[in-house]
Ligand binder design. Structure first.
Ligand SMILES: [Zn+2]
Length: 121
């Protein structure tokens, strides 16, 4: 919880070293059906990229923009499991697996509670 407060403080900073991050976030187009992270308001996925993976988790073929997600290897190499975190606030989002549909071939298996859907603009 302390880290969430810290992140909010960073977002509210006047122009300075953190300015670039704020500007990047604000220029993202907001549209109905997009899914964002409430912690930092970053748009992460478009609902058109969602597919039924039968895993019980919301699954997407790709993020709304390549640089909104950062990746960490967090398991043994043979599992090929990659953790996906928000590239803005580093919140845990879920995992990425190499068994998704075309065109990416990736399955972004996301934690539903980490995402909020933009119902209308
Ligand atoms: Zn974030």
């Amino acid at each position: 919880m302390a880290s969430a407060v810290d992140r909010r403080a960073v977002s509210d900073n006047p122009p300075g070293r953190n300015r670039t991050r704020i500007q990047l976030r604000n220029v993202q187009p907001v549209r109905a059906g997009a899914l964002l992270l409430p912690v930092c308001d970053t748009l992460l996925f478009d609902s058109s990229e969602k597919f039924e993976s039968h895993s019980g988790w919301p699954s997407f073929t790709q993020p709304i923009k390549a640089n909104v997600i950062a990746y960490h290897f967090d398991g043994p190499a043979f599992l090929k499991r990659v953790e996906a975190v928000c590239n803005t606030c580093e919140a845990h989002l879920g995992h990425v697996f190499p068994d998704g549909p075309e065109p990416s071939g990736l399955r972004y298996c996301m934690n539903a509670v980490a995402l909020t859907k933009v119902e209308k603009i």
